[in-house]
Design a binder for this molecule. Structure first.
Ligand SMILES: Nc1ncnc2c1ncn2[C@@H]1O[C@H](COP(=O)(O)OP(=O)(O)OP(=O)(O)O)[C@@H](O)[C@H]1O
Ligand SMILES: [Mg+2]
Length: 251
């Protein structure tokens, strides 16, 4: 039964615990992400949301527990580079774009390409690359700014550009931590649409505190607290759970 759940999943965490200086940041966390699923993660400060992403991406090792990708790949045995190359892309809260390059070049520089010095010496952009860059710019709402230096974008547009740079790597799973913090209301609305579009062809896990944004995502919601799942299901279901109200929403 449990194995069937793991085999069919894109990401499978079971019984994951991690302790920092005696503090249990994750406490037997179990969570599944399906292929092409959009899932929102909510929960109070210190619940372990970012730590969960650190575990998935290999930045932090669990003390105990299983972390499997695509059913059979044991992520606890891989380092950060290997995990990125398997197709797990992560967006941190602070955008890290190349400010002195154009929007177009930022995407082009991020394209998944053969690595190594020789490969990059002989790289020439072909029409397939141009089509991909064009499509990604369209998805992240930056076509009209493609010749602009990335430094001149608004905060929200920089976040979108970074999402575009992740898409250029064609990840199977995107992990996005608090994407709409600091965005304007209209940028926030656009971001929910954008992530919904992306999740048609990629799995996306979004951590957010902004509940109207989470409502717009219209997806499965998991509420973490004290390093474990407190409630899971539709936003209606989760937000009416007495424990979720007591430990998060009602605060
Ligand atoms: N590398 C680390 N070393 C020590 N303690 C850590 C480390 N990473 C996280 N913690 C602690 O683990 C707990 C969980 O933190 P985490 O950042 O995962 O919470 P979060 O759910 O992302 O919270 P927020 O909503 O505030 O971003 C916190 O108490 C934090 O201080
Ligand atoms: Mg966090």
């Amino acid at each position: 039964m449990v194995d069937t759940l793991r085999d069919g999943s894109l990401l499978y965490l079971d019984g994951v615990s991690v302790t920092f200086d005696g503090f249990r940041a994750l406490n037997s966390l179990s969570l599944v992400v399906q292929r092409d699923e959009l899932q929102a993660i909510i929960g109070p400060n210190g619940a372990g949301k970012t730590t969960m992403m650190d575990i998935i991406t290999g930045k932090t090792r669990p003390d105990t527990g299983e972390v499997f990708f695509e059913g059979g790949i044991d992520l606890t045995k891989k380092d950060e580079t290997e995990i990125a190359n398997l197709g797990i892309g992560r967006k941190f809260q602070k955008p890290t774009v190349f400010g002195s390059h154009t929007v177009w070049d930022n995407i082009e520089l991020s394209l998944k390409k053969p690595r190594g010095v020789f490969a990059s010496w002989f790289y020439t952009r072909d029409s397939a690359d141009t089509d991909r860059i064009t499509a990604i710019l369209d998805t992240v709402r930056l076509t009209h700014r493609k010749h602009e230096f990335a430094a001149n974008l608004s905060h929200g547009q920089k976040q979108w550009l970074e999402i575009g740079m992740l898409l250029a790597q064609d990840p199977k799973l995107l992990l996005v931590d608090e994407p709409v913090a600091g965005m304007t209301d209209s940028e926030t609305e656009e971001t929910s649409k954008l992530l919904k579009e992306i999740s048609k062809h990629h799995s996306v896990v979004v951590v957010e505190h902004d509940m109207s944004f989470v409502r717009d995502l219209d997806c499965r919601v998991t509420c973490l607290a004290e390093g474990a799942v407190l409630a899971q299901g539709s936003l209606e279901h989760v937000s009416s759970d007495p424990l979720v109200i007591e430990r998060y929403l009602g605060r």
